[in-house]
Ligand binder design. Sequence first.
Ligand code: BJW
Length: 253
Amino acid sequence: MTLPFSDRFRSVLTSAQRVVAFTGAGISAESGVPTFRGDDGIWKKMRPEELASMNGFMKNPALVWEWYQYRRTIIGKVQPNAGHRALVAMESVFPSMAIITQNVDNLHRRAGSTLVYELHGNIERNYCITCGATYRDVEVHPRSRSPVCSSCGGLIRPDVVWFGEMLPEDQWEAAVRATESADLFFSIGTSAVVYPAASLPLVGKRAGAFLVEINPEPTPLTDSVDEFLQGLAGMILPAVLEVARQVRRENFA
Ligand code: BJW
């Protein structure tokens, strides 16, 4: 696929050393994982405050568990797609490449990316809200409210970040550090409306990064980016990889 990349973007691809890919639900859409917002998004049918908040969980843990177990089933069946794989392959061009993801689906790690910061947790982990004990697999019985902790009897919840909750400090701080030192920053498949994660692209740009957005639809970020590549991540990222390899070959030949 040949895309009309600007000369400036091609030049940044030639010289960039510190590259960050900031990803959202859109990068996993082509694997078959539903996004949150938009016409086909899961929040067209479900209310986020009931399913992705501590209040919602305390009111109806069984409903929240049903939703997460449903999503786990979907995620367990899908595979990383061409977009995830292109980001892995980019490590051969940009060895210090960092992925900052809002996704909880673990697909970047499953694809093989080396450095992945997870801002909103990981759906494969769970923890007890009372004593903090961690659990990998939990059994959810259809008639129980929620799985409970074998040490203290507290409710177990998925290890994801809900509205009104702080992001994991170590992941957030490492993500900000990578963003502030990036010379090329990609914002991929995110509606860029959920904060504080959505602040990162402009933090990167203010610190000097060339900002590229990949999305089939414009977002609140689009007017501020240096390059808007409109389309599917699974089509555009392999094209970016190809051009990066080509311009670097030409430059170092
Ligand atoms: C494709 C594609 C293809 C489709 N290729 N692209 C200002 C400052 C700070 C905080 C706030 C603030 N204003 C409001 C807040 C609070 C709140 C917030 O941001 N709310 C906004 C919605 C208004 N933020 C929080 O509460 C956060 N915590 C926090 O702020 O802590 C401090 C605090 C503590 C206490 C009190 C007050 C403050 C926590 C946010 C946690 C978000 N959690 C979720 C759920 C995670 C668990 C789970 O998965 O179940 O994270 S919400 C959901 O949204 C999920 C996502 O990671 C996140 C972002 O969604 P994303 O990835 O952008 O997906 P979509 O669906 O929105 O977009 C998909 C995009 O892909 C679209 O653009 C498509 O076009 C595109 N696309 N196919 C490329 N093939």
